[in-house]
Design a protein around this ligand. Structure first.
Ligand SMILES: Cc1cc2nc3c(=O)[nH]c(=O)nc-3n(C[C@H](O)[C@H](O)[C@H](O)COP(=O)(O)O)c2cc1C
Length: 485
């Protein structure tokens, strides 16, 4: 492949040992050995979707990938959706089999991260908020995946991908990948340009020859439209309660099959002798028979780009080629295209370097404070104080996102460094004392924000900035009771 049609390697793609920063989402049921080998063989990185799968299947699928390709791949597990004993044995199996990487999702399970990490396995955690990204990083994840609300399947957070990505990039120092609604080269190029070190593709790779989805599901995706997709809790059997999934509509979501929470259990299909229940999280697979259209028809908002069932490598090559072209366009573009929220164009070149330096320094400090709040929150047992720490953390992560956007508008990449205040605050053992110190910093740093506001001459950028400052002010008002400010 010529250089112009491929994407550049990133620290995350190097960590995973693949050529291109294109990751197959570890979709339960759908991402089996054939698809994983196709994606990893192409030069991306495939995760086997092994949520709740018995050990024999996990071992068989790992062996099959290895028979099909020498390329590296990983396994996806969901601690919160798996009985503890099975989860323990799945983790044991990944370690015993020497699986190089494991992707986890939903609540951050610190114990599972620690075990995998200690065994030398690369751990990626898919998260739906900057708060969970901080938690995953503190637990030891090597990288996080920011999942936007546009995603197909189970959706953990409620933020649109690009806003979430900015917050996560502003808060953590580990590499960040992006997931949710990414199915064409343009959207992939956009998030890579925004700082993601890889993209995670789910829906885009369901309608491929190699995926284990049933043809019924693949054909429905080809016909499906993004605006028809919906978030619902109707498909809940097998999962923790109140978990939303993004699907295309069917008889269940239209309410034609009864109340998902009060109806008697009803078998609507089977998979090699296993019953498939109405309202369960099962999606139609090659191995299933029954009322397939009443199962969960998972689809992300990128579904409009899925217009045929084709080999995975063909789809990946197109996405990669178009994404590379988009990135070239962004790099070559005059400033207004490169910087949609732009005050770079207006800032004189002489002012740019010191402005970037101040923003980078402020972001390092604000990132430090975000880490302090996230880690201290986990240590306070006092419920009102904990609620307060949550509110403060939400304002904090939002502010970090604003700083990332300000840097991007100046064509500067956010530096992942964490400032000195982190170590200083964490040296205090008492969480209350630590919060009081954090409050003093917050108060002092407001002046830095106000001074920098003068450099913004774009209305949208200033509005974003002012909202962040107001959120910090509101927190500061409440913070007074935590200790001397
Ligand atoms: C059919 C399907 C099954 C999924 N199963 C899982 C899973 O088992 N584990 C997991 O971490 N994520 C799962 N996801 C979510 C993906 O990890 C990812 O966030 C999502 O596919 C990205 O959005 P997209 O589908 O718009 O590309 C699933 C998604 C789909 C579409």
């Amino acid at each position: 492949m010529s250089r112009s049609t491929t994407l550049a390697a990133t620290p995350l793609s190097r960590l995973l040992g693949c050529r291109a920063p294109l990751i197959l989402a570890g979709m339960g049921g759908v991402a089996r050995s054939e698809l994983v080998a196709a994606v990893s063989g192409y030069g991306g990185f495939g995760f086997l979707g092994m949520v709740r799968e018995p050990l024999a299947l996990l071992e068989r699928e790992v062996a099959r990938v290895r028979a099909l390709t020498d390329a590296p791949f990983g396994v996806n597990l969901i601690p919160a959706g798996t009985p503890r004993a099975l989860l323990r044995s799945q983790v044991d199996a990944c370690i015993a089999l020497g699986v190089p990487a494991v992707e986890l999702f939903w609540d951050v399970d610190e114990g599972v991260v620690a075990r995998l990490r200690a065994a030398g396995i690369t751990v990626l955690y898919q998260v739906g908020s900057a708060r969970d990204a901080l938690h995953a990083q503190a637990a030891g994840a090597h990288a996080v995946i920011a999942q936007g609300v546009e995603a197909g399947g189970h959706v953990w957070g409620r933020q649109p991908l690009e806003a979430l990505l900015d917050e996560v990039l502003g808060c953590v120092s580990v590499p960040v990948a992006a997931a949710g609604g990414l199915a064409d080269g343009r959207s992939v190029g956009r998030v890579l340009a925004r700082g993601a070190q890889a993209v995670v593709l789910g829906t885009a790779l369901i309608a491929t020859d190699e995926s284990f989805a049933h043809d019924v599901h693949k054909r429905i995706l080809v016909a499906g439209k993004a605006d028809a997709t919906l978030l619902t809790e109707d498909f809940h059997v097998n999962w923790p309660p109140h978990a939303a999934v993004r699907v295309l509509p069917n008889a269940v979501t239209r309410g034609e099959r009864g109340d998902p929470y009060t109806s008697a259990p009803q078998v609507i299909g089977e998979e090699e002798g296993r019953p498939v229940y109405l309202f369960s999280t099962d999606s139609p697979l090659r191995s299933m028979t029954g009322d397939l259209e009443a199962m969960a028809l998972y689809a992300g908002r990128g579904v409009d780009a899925v217009d045929a069932i084709e080999p995975a490598a063909q789809r990946l090559a197109r996405i990669e080629r178009e994404a590379a072209a988009h990135l070239r366009l962004v790099a070559d573009a005059p400033e207004p295209l490169a910087s949609p929220v732009c005050y770079a164009g207006q800032a004189r070149e002489a002012e740019r370097a010191p402005l970037i330096a101040q923003l980078v320094a402020l972001l390092a400090d604000e990132r430090a404070l975000a880490r302090v709040l996230a880690e201290t929150r986990a240590q306070v047992l006092d419920a009102p104080l904990r609620t307060f720490a949550d509110v403060a953390l939400a304002a904090q992560t939002r502010g970090c996102g604003t700083l990332v956007r300000a840097l991007r508008a100046l064509d500067a990449a956010p530096d992942p460094a964490t400032g000195e205040p982190y170590a200083q605050a964490m040296a205090l053992r008492d969480p209350r004392e630590r919060l009081a110190l954090a409050a003093r910093w917050r108060g002092a740093w407001q002046a830095r924000w106000q001074a920098l506001e003068a450099a913004l001459d774009d209305a949208q950028a200033r509005d974003d900035w002012q909202q962040a400052v107001r959120a910090h002010e509101a927190v500061l008002q409440e913070w007074r009771w935590v200790g001397p400010v």
